[in-house]
Design a protein around this ligand. Structure first.
Ligand SMILES: [Zn+2]
Ligand SMILES: [Zn+2]
Length: 273
């Protein structure tokens, strides 16, 4: 085992109302897994009570900063604890989100589309599965084009709402068109290991989509999307294997919005077995 070099770039705190454990607990588990750092990406507070049941309230913002800084202080010199945000991309809220990404000096901003939210179902859900796929991947490309996200979270999440209808071959032309637009922007995309626990049990995205991302030189950032401390770095060896199968040689993480690349072989050797 070599020195820690990997980051887990996606995790939540209890402020999002569906996670447990404090940042200090996540930090403790990260150290035990051989990570160099972790990045908190709690769901962004939104105006108009937009899906407020899964995110912190505006007035909890200071508490978010406080609990993350508590972990930063406690683990100083041992683990790099970063502060980020998982921001919903949703038409009508572009200006708000763009401003929000400058609220503080974030290390990392994930842009997300959550098609399971009530608002999305009401505004965008369509009869035909293929129309839902088109809408989702069009919004995904739009979210990259907005220009304020470092990385796109769980970028094939729509498959979990279309489990019975998911047909990657049939949908691939739509996905490729979206990836062409995303590649133009230079925005990274996430490999989210929590997909294994979802209704369609595979990581987000799948290996075939990762291979298409690799063809377009889209950088990939790994995140566990932990909602409990014991999941930090969960399935990272599997994620590295999947990326190699898809043709990747490097993975990336961000600090102060700047991308850093590390070799997959080095990443694998750095993790606690
Ligand atoms: Zn998410
Ligand atoms: Zn998340």
């Amino acid at each position: 085992m070599s020195d820690p070099i990997m980051y887990d770039m996606h995790m939540h705190t209890p402020l999002c109302k569906h996670a447990q454990d404090l940042p200090v607990d996540y930090a403790a588990h990260a150290l035990s897994q051989g990570l160099k750092g972790i990045t908190f990406t709690c769901h962004n507070p939104m105006p108009n009570r937009f899906s407020h049941h899964v995110r912190m309230e505006m007035e909890q913002w200071d508490e978010y900063l406080r609990i993350v800084r508590e972990a930063q202080d406690e683990y100083k010199g041992r683990l790099d604890v970063q502060i980020g945000l998982e921001c919903d991309y949703y038409p009508g809220y572009e200006d708000f989100v763009q401003g929000q990404t400058k609220w503080i000096d974030f290390d990392y901003i994930l842009g997300s589309i959550h098609p399971h939210l009530g608002e999305y179902r009401k505004d965008f859900w369509q009869e035909e599965p293929i129309d839902n796929v088109k809408k989702y991947f069009d919004l995904l490309a739009e979210s990259a084009e907005l220009g304020c996200f470092d990385c796109l979270a769980h970028p094939d999440l729509i498959k979990n709402m279309l489990v019975k209808f998911w047909d990657l071959d049939a949908f691939m032309p739509i996905i490729k068109e979206s990836l062409d637009r995303i590649a133009e922007t230079g925005v990274a995309m996430e490999l989210n290991t929590s997909g294994i626990y979802k209704s369609l049990s595979e990581m987000n995205p799948s290996i075939d989509m990762l291979a298409e991302m690799n063809k377009r030189n889209i950088p990939v950032v790994i995140g566990s999307d932990s909602h409990i401390s014991t999941r930090v770095a969960d399935l990272f060896p599997d994620a590295l294997n999947a990326l190699e199968t898809a043709g990747y040689e490097n993975i990336s993480y961000f600090k102060q919005h700047e991308r850093h690349d590390i070799k997959i072989t080095d990443a694998r050797n750095s993790l606690t077995k």
